[in-house]
Design a binder for this molecule. Structure first.
Ligand code: SF4
Length: 321
């Protein structure tokens, strides 16, 4: 019988910070509290956060995930996912009379508010983001016109705007920091008068997790990112490590780990996207120990203290016996 230890994991270095951000924490808590307060089922528009484990866990507790509001029965309680929704979805939910709890991350809402405000001042927008991602649909859907998506530098050369002198730029919160900077530079070259957000839209969690991978990747032989395939920020972490020359793999759970990845690659860097629970990270560590890891250390890193309050009606006092 082959011994797992032959595969040669020696050390595990844990990224800091990694895993849940404040927006994900809040979104999951909103669904859990709604389930406790109102009972199952609670309807959730789109995956509350892009993580298979989280979604299955909430399904087991009585959440029903839908994409179309037509699939929600009258009078139901509905939660909007952390990614945010367009005005059309918000209006439709109101028209159908659902009781709505909004789990949109406050940092996404901040972008929505900025878009609405500048639009009233006559601005058009270039949005840097990934086509089809629900956050991009939600942000672009704050306006019925005058917001144009660019996914890369080539798109910047092609985009047609009608008011280049009154143009602002917004970005998806979970982009590659480096790619976004490159695309933004191209936008500024083509539209020198473009207005940038005061503070970048890429969120603190995305920035911090990418910074940690930048520090860690050159010192390990292989990187493992815990995250689901649909998770934008997790994908960016894997890509970033590869760009730095470190082979990198994304796993939805410990079962996805393949011993062959560690042949001759004993030093493993481990991180997790903003939607991936720490429980999954711990299971991956156990598996890496079974594959030979003798040392598991956490790198020094930024300590995050961001916390977002729950919506009215779901405050912690509800838990009182
Ligand atoms: Fe909010 Fe950033 Fe987390 Fe998205 S990744 S939920 S924008 S904190």
């Amino acid at each position: 019988m082959q011994n797992d230890h032959d595969h040669g994991v020696t050390d595990v270095l844990l990224a800091e910070p990694r895993g849940f951000c404040a927006g994900v924490d809040r979104a999951i808590e909103i669904v859990e509290r709604a389930l406790k307060k109102f009972g199952a089922p609670i309807y959730v528009r789109h995956e509350i956060v892009h993580n298979t484990y989280v979604v299955n866990d909430l399904k087991a507790k009585g959440a029903i995930f839908i994409e179309e509001l037509a699939d929600v029965p009258p009078g139901a309680t509905l939660v909007f996912s952390a990614h945010g929704v367009s005005r059309a979805v918000r209006d439709e939910a109101a028209a159908r009379g659902f009781s709505v709890f909004d789990a949109t991350c406050p940092l996404v809402t901040k972008v929505h508010v900025e878009v609405a405000k500048l639009a009233r001042e006559g601005f058009e927008f270039v949005m840097i983001g990934h086509k089809g991602h629900p956050e991009v649909e939600g942000t672009m859907g704050q306006l019925s016109e005058g917001i144009y998506l660019v996914e890369d530098v080539a798109d910047v050369a092609r985009v047609q705007v009608t008011r280049p002198e009154r143009l602002a730029v917004v970005t998806q919160t979970t982009l590659s920091v480096d790619d976004a900077a490159e695309i933004l530079a191209a936008v500024k070259r083509r539209f020198p008068l473009v207005r940038e957000p005061k503070q970048q839209d890429i969120c603190y969690a995305t920035q911090n997790r990418q910074d940690a991978v930048k520090l860690m990747a050159p010192g390990v032989d292989v990187m493992v990112v815990v995250g689901s395939p649909t998770s934008s920020n997790s994908n960016r972490l894997r890509e970033l490590a590869e760009r730095l020359g470190t082979p990198a793999y994304m796993v939805d759970s410990a079962d996805d780990l393949q011993p062959a990845w560690f042949d001759g690659h004993g030093r493993v860097g481990l991180t997790a996207g903003a939607s991936a629970p720490e429980l999954l990270v711990q299971q991956v560590i156990e598996r890496l120990r079974a594959l030979g890891a003798v040392s598991v250390r956490t790198m020094a890193g930024v300590q995050e203290t961001v916390h977002f309050p729950l919506p009215k009606g779901l405050k912690p006092v509800l838990d009182a016996p």
